[in-house]
Design a protein around this ligand. Structure first.
Ligand code: HSE
Length: 432
């Protein structure tokens, strides 16, 4: 018995997947029962680094997802359309689906999983978050006994690479981005990465699995790294922090009746002693906290042909194993998606966190006092205040607060911005 794979896309990850499926020695024995049956590509003429029989390749992807012989469709074309339609069509034809497509799953997950459950097929997405890092199946299976309280981490390699170089080279964002693009570490259109959208897709998926409910992507607060400056990175370092773009999903208290989540992406000051502070370059790391487990961190390569293909093939193996052993025609409870309700998401104004803020002010008597008064008026307690020098003829003052409700902090900032002595507030960042 073999399980026939219809592969959609022969780009970086598709090629990595074929390479594993063509080189089965010393890997899991179940791989012997997997067969690449058809491969959908955009162009038949493109030179490839894998050799496949000509007859296996087609540009007609619709024909693959409706092919009666195909058992598992592996969607690796990325983007929203036609990926979404092809996944839905594959499901409607009774195919199991393995995908690396975080954009489709975070936006159309409810539609896709409803269709899959109705049809009794599986949709697997280990490769959609954290590339080669196993985090989806651990959340579904190995951590199933826990009450998860938070899942957070570095889920975008491009921005972590940029922030790492900014830190070690003292360089500004634009210069490092341009060099990262030249070296192939950032896309020609870097929007999805640098604006935090890719990380938002990923944290929405992780939150959904960790907290057993659907997440509306539009409820996920998202702020990218474009405004992070070399000055902030240097101040952060002096204060004992490193700036990382974090995706964060936490269970927060509400009125005592309903638990709400905080789900967000933003640059964050991470204490230098925190395990996420030492995750550098393109690497990803995801920290999960639960009861009774405590903390567990998953670390590894968050992208790339081999690592992502490792996750894709693991999903194919999971489906094949279930197909081989399943006797009941019900979805396997540990690999299917079985929640329907939407998780309530708390507004950012209710978030309780520490803040870092940098002010450019007139260098006159009493300015720090005015700042302190505005913070005090709004119940914001300060942990540290630093004035180390001048920038553009103005005094530069950096504060870090104690934990405060974001709404109170924003109210203090708007009061501060009205002060005559304040020239500008170039940065406001949250602190882990
Ligand atoms: N663009 C993503 C990143 C990789 O930079 O992490 C794919 O998810």
């Amino acid at each position: 018995m073999t399980y026939k794979i219809g592969l959609l896309g022969l780009g970086t990850v598709g090629t990595g997947t074929v390479q594993i499926l063509q080189d089965k020695a010393l890997r899991h024995p179940l791989l012997q029962e997997l067969e690449i049956y058809r491969v959908g590509v955009r162009s038949l003429d493109k030179p490839r680094s894998v050799v496949l029989p000509e007859a296996m390749l087609t540009t007609d992807l619709d024909d693959i997802v409706s092919d009666r012989a195909v058992d598992i469709v592996v969607e690796l074309i990325g983007g929203l359309e036609p990926a979404r339609s092809l996944i839905l069509k594959a499901i409607s034809h009774g195919k199991h689906v393995v995908t690396a497509n975080k954009a489709v799953i975070s936006r159309y997950g409810p539609e896709i999983f409803d269709a899959a459950n109705e049809k009794g097929v599986y949709v697997m997405l280990e490769a959609a978050v954290g590339g080669g890092i196993p985090v989806i199946q651990p959340l579904k299976q190995s951590l199933g006994a826990n009450r998860i309280t938070s899942v957070f981490g570095i889920v975008n390699g491009t921005t972590n690479y940029i922030l790492t170089r900014m830190r070690f080279e003292g360089a500004d964002f634009d210069a490092v981005l341009a060099d990262a693009q030249r070296l192939g570490y950032a896309e020609a259109d870097p929007t999805a990465d640098v604006d935090g959208l890719d990380a938002a897709d990923k944290i929405a998926i992780l939150a959904s699995l960790a907290f057993g409910g659907r997440i509306k992507l539009e409820d996920v607060f998202c702020e990218g790294i474009k405004k992070v400056s070399a000055a902030d990175i240097a101040y952060a370092e002096k204060l004992g922090f490193v700036i990382k773009l974090l995706g964060v999903a936490r269970r927060v208290e509400s009125d005592g009746e309903t638990d709400r989540l905080s789900v967000r992406v933003h640059p964050t000051l991470v204490p230098l002693a925190h395990p996420l502070a030492s995750i550098n370059g393109v690497y990803n790391a995801i920290l999960i906290e639960g009861e009774p487990l405590g903390q567990v961190m998953f670390f590894g390569p968050g992208a790339g042909a081999g690592p992502t293909a490792s996750a894709v093939v693991a999903d194919i193996l999971n489906v094949a194993a279930v197909l081989k052993t399943e006797t009941e025609p019900i979805p396997h409870p540990l690999i299917s998606c079985n929640h329907q309700h939407y998780c309530p998401i708390a507004p950012m104004a209710d978030l309780v966190t520490r803040f870092y803020a940098r002010f450019l002010t007139k260098d006159s008597a009493g300015v720090i006092g005015y700042l302190g008064t505005c913070f005090g008026n709004n119940g914001v307690s300060l942990e540290s205040v630093v004035q180390t020098g001048m920038r553009d003829g103005l005094a530069e003052i950096v504060v870090v607060t104690h934990d405060v409700r974001e709404g109170n902090f924003s109210a203090a900032l708007s009061e501060i911005s009205q002060l005559d002595a304040i020239a500008s507030i170039p940065s406001v960042l949250r602190v882990l």
